[in-house]
Design a protein around this ligand. Structure first.
Ligand code: ADP
Length: 396
């Protein structure tokens, strides 16, 4: 069975084609600058070099058409015919409160996703465009939606309700939803396999630390707490997002600087986080370099980031009444030796001891705890695409 996985962003589109009999990736690629000048498709297969195709792509439909053409290209493609694609799995950011699992896309599902546009104005429209384009280009294929919010629908009400007038929840759906669910689900499953234990018997803290970053408490296989909220702005210090704040700061700065709600939103989403503190970059590699050269604000940004991750790990151990495993994933979690070390420092009291030597690893699935650590500490590269392909296979 062959499954195509699609992840549409506002001006980009990532894809991966899987042979689900072996879970092997047959092709993958990325379209950038959709609707802009200089649009290009980067496509590769395990047996061919990366192919870059530059051509105007005014919308996601045109971009997907180019992807499908690349997939059946005689020299660098991976399929003889598009009929070989059995199903398409779509990453969709927001499914509100309606879906707690992946679903086959029907008209009702499309209506529900459109209703969620207000909750995810930047993410859901391109996701919806991607689904509509495939429905048009591959009309016989089954489409499956895999939602970032779905895994966190098991969070109990006392954890997802905000202490605001209750009618905001009832009228506008203002509550914690949580994101990165597919990644938290994937790494918690892998962790249980690595530990040789059933997910149902485990208390895990999963740390997805990328440009966007979130933690989840996964108890008995279910998300019971997560750091992102109504939007992906809540929680950790991120590349450009502020995470948790005293909410009074928002109106204070708006008054002082005369900012509109939209301008304040941009400050918190695009100009804050480690970029805001350091003034150097939103990329942790640049900040680590600047910090190593003695830049004090870069050092401060990293310390603020690490401290908040540490706080959430300990808080989630408390939420679950203990912790058996801590997992690091995504760009920074998989690669940054120094940040993992700084985050784990002082968490011995939880029974979690990092092995400094074993921790000297990047992008590899492995244990990094000492032999006498009660808590397993793991680095697990995330694979959201494979998770989406598995869900798609199961539903089809
Ligand atoms: P997203 O998908 O949210 O854009 P990623 O999971 O790709 O994010 O992570 C990107 C982040 O990971 C960047 O800030 C990058 O600096 C960081 N990162 C990647 N490799 C390393 C590394 N070797 N050391 C430190 N940080 C790294």
């Amino acid at each position: 069975m062959k499954v195509l996985v699609i992840n549409c962003g506002s001006s980009s589109l990532k894809y991966q084609l899987f042979n689900m009999d072996t879970e092997e990736a047959l092709a993958q690629g990325l379209v950038e600058r959709i609707g802009l000048e200089g649009a290009r498709l980067k496509h590769e297969t395990p047996s061919t070099d990366k192919k870059v195709i530059e051509q105007p792509m005014e919308n996601h439909r045109v971009a997907l058409k180019s992807v499908l053409e690349a997939l059946v290209n005689e020299t660098y493609g991976a399929l003889k015919s598009l009929d070989e694609i059995d199903a398409v799995g779509h990453r969709v950011v927001h499914a509100g409160e309606k879906y707690s699992e992946s679903v086959v896309i029907t008209d009702d599902v499309m209506d529900a996703l459109k209703e969620c546009i207000e909750l995810a104005p930047l993410h859901n429209p391109p996701n919806i465009m991607g689904i509509e384009a495939i429905q048009e280009l591959l009309p016989k294929v089954t489409n499956v939606g895999v939602f970032d919010t779905a895994f966190h629908q098991t969070i109990p009400k006392e954890a997802y309700i905000y202490p605001l007038p209750y009618e905001y929840y009832e009228e506008y759906g203002v509550r914690k939803y949580g994101f990165h669910g597919t990644s938290h689900r994937y790494v918690s499953k892998r962790a249980s396999e690595m530990m040789g234990k059933d997910l149902k018997d485990l208390k895990l803290v999963t740390c997805h630390l990328g440009n966007g970053a979130s933690l989840a408490a996964v108890k008995n296989g279910k998300s019971v707490a997560t750091s992102m909220g109504f939007t992906p702005l809540e929680g950790l210090v991120m590349g450009t997002r502020c995470g948790d704040l005293d909410p009074a700061i928002v109106t204070f700065i708006m008054n002082k600087k005369g900012l509109s709600p939209l301008e304040m939103d941009t400050v918190m989403n695009k100009k804050s986080g480690v970029l805001g503190i350091s003034g150097v970059s939103s990329d942790f590699r640049d900040i680590e370099d600047a910090a190593a050269e003695g830049n004090e604000r870069a050092q401060l940004a990293l310390m603020a980031f690490d401290l908040r991750v540490k706080k959430y790990i300990a808080a989630y151990a408390a939420v679950m009444g203990g912790v058996d495993g801590i997992i690091f994933t995504a760009g920074l979690g998989e690669n940054s030796i120094d940040n993992r070390q700084a985050i784990m420092e002082g968490l011995d009291f939880l029974g979690a001891k990092l092995d400094i030597e074993k921790n000297k690893v990047r992008g590899k699935e492995t244990f990094v705890n000492t032999d006498d650590s009660k808590v397993k500490i793991m680095v697990i590269p995330t694979n959201e695409e494979l998770m989406i392909a598995r869900d798609t296979k199961e539903l089809v």
